[in-house]
Design a binder for this molecule. Structure first.
Ligand code: CDP
Length: 231
């Protein structure tokens, strides 16, 4: 049954804590729209990498304006379109994962995507996941979730994801390297000046280390139904 009281569900947490799988499935069950804000930051990073602009932006962060000007990021079902091109696969490359935290620490990037994200959630009935959704993008979200998990478990999940995607065709990083990269990204996301990764005081924290995906989806779904009913 689709509720008439449609809410905003903000799901934040560190890298590979299961946010996107949980958010996507909860959105489907509720008949809501799922917005993956990490995919938006990844698209900006991909544009910088493909344009060969990383080094000049590192030297002079103001240069990032040239990427943002006229940028178009759209969702079409499960696909993400950057300037009209489907980049759903490319944005998951490890080289994008390594650079995305740098790009997402820049104020012009955050300001640009914040406007897009708030517009996407205006009609409510959305599940949005990221790092700052409950704290900055939608501090008035009716339900805020903060997902955490052990770093080793997160590295294990990321490796499984990469294995499934590479279909044995490319060499994969080992689990220690992945764990190191994940912890490095967590540190960068939590320590940055603009919109750092933080748990909102009202957010419900869920540790997914020992939960399987069905269990965590069920927990968030129940909370969502309860929040809808209370509204
Ligand atoms: O899927 P995973 O947890 O690896 O990361 P993601 O959700 O795709 O986000 C990639 C990166 O984008 C994060 O490490 C952050 O640096 C940045 N990000 C952000 O700064 N703010 C958001 N709301 C979402 C992502």
């Amino acid at each position: 049954m689709i509720s008439t009281n449609r809410i905003i569900i903000a799901i934040d947490g560190p890298a590979a804590s299961g946010k996107s799988t949980t958010a996507r499935r909860v959105a489907r069950q509720l008949g809501y729209t799922y917005i993956d804000t990490g995919a938006m930051y990844r698209s900006v990073a991909l544009k910088a990498i493909e344009g060969g602009l990383l080094e000049s932006i590192r030297r002079d962060p103001g240069q990032v304006a040239s990427i943002l000007e006229g940028i178009s990021i759209r969702f079409e079902g499960e696909r993400i379109l950057l300037d009209g091109r489907d980049v759903s696969r490319e944005i998951r490359d490890n080289r994008v994962s390594r650079e995305v935290s740098f790009l997402s620490s820049l104020k012009p990037v955050r300001d640009c995507l914040l406007v897009m994200q708030q517009a996407l959630g205006r009609g409510r009935g959305v599940v949005m996941d990221g790092r700052d959704i409950g704290t900055v993008v939608f501090p008035d979200a009716e339900l805020k979730i903060f997902l955490v998990a052990d770093a080793r478990e997160r590295a294990r999940r990321r490796l499984l994801e990469l294995q499934a995607k590479s279909e044995g065709k490319t060499a994969l990083p080992d689990i220690e390297t992945l764990e190191r990269e994940i912890l490095e990204r967590d540190r960068a996301d939590a320590e940055r000046e603009h919109a750092p990764l933080r748990k909102h005081p009202d957010a419900v924290e869920i540790d997914t280390s020992k939960l399987d995906i069905d269990q965590q989806v069920e927990m968030v779904y129940r909370l969502a139904r309860k929040t809808e009913a209370a509204g």
